[in-house]
Design a protein around this ligand. Structure first.
Ligand code: ZN
Length: 208
């Protein structure tokens, strides 16, 4: 993740040094997620969590696709991810790829750089599958845990790092029992600004 961050920073500083009229930068943040699992319940849960996510963003931030060829991002379920370092329930990484193109016109050459954003997410199978029974009840601790975990890993996929604030979605531990407030309003405000969605929507359905 650090390598990706450095690369992004390097690209940003490089762009700022170059005269704007010679370079045009386009960013594409169209996340099309493919679930690498044949498990029907896991697939259905991801689709439901993504639908709730889009509802809370107020736009189609994530698209779950059935066909791997249509995807630019993936979700995998990994056995014993929890054992890697003791308590890892998920892993989220952002990925950027750049494409350069030279456009020639009467006014001269212009370089077009397109930055494509995508993400790679992993969830510990036992933890995720063990909480699926909560998917039918959005007030259950299991549902809150899965939605919080999903938002947290997608947050990494949208270039967020960990926060030391226990109320922040990006705090490094995801509780099993919800006896503290989680600031989903602030989280989705970030997501809208990251996706450049200008009209904020009111979040009435967020978990607190
Ligand atoms: Zn994390």
């Amino acid at each position: 993740m650090l390598i990706q961050l450095c690369r992004v920073l390097a690209v940003v500083s490089c762009f700022s040094l170059i005269a704007c009229k010679e370079y045009k930068v386009k960013e594409v943040k169209d996340f099309r997620l493919y679930v690498n699992s044949d498990d029907v319940e896991l697939n259905a849960a991801v689709s439901e969590l993504a639908a709730q996510y889009n509802k809370d963003v107020g736009a189609n931030a994530l698209t779950v696709v059935d066909n791997k060829a249509q995807a630019n991002s993936n979700i995998s379920f990994v056995k014993n991810l929890a054992d890697d370092g003791g308590s890892k329930l998920g892993l989220g990484q952002w990925i950027t790829t750049e494409q350069e193109k030279n456009n020639f016109s009467a006014t001269g050459a212009q370089k077009q750089i397109t930055v494509y954003h995508s993400m790679s997410l992993e969830f510990d199978t036992a933890n995720f599958a063990g909480k699926l029974k909560g998917m039918t009840d959005k007030t259950s601790d299991e549902y809150k845990h899965l939605y919080h975990l999903f938002c947290h890993e997608v947050g990494h996929g949208m270039q967020l790092n960990h926060s030391d604030d226990k109320t922040n979605v990006m705090y490094k531990s995801i509780p099993d029992h919800y006896n503290r407030k989680i600031d989903f309003v602030g989280y989705f405000a970030y997501v809208r600004s990251y996706l450049k969605i200008s009209a904020p929507v009111e979040n009435k359905d967020v978990l607190i």
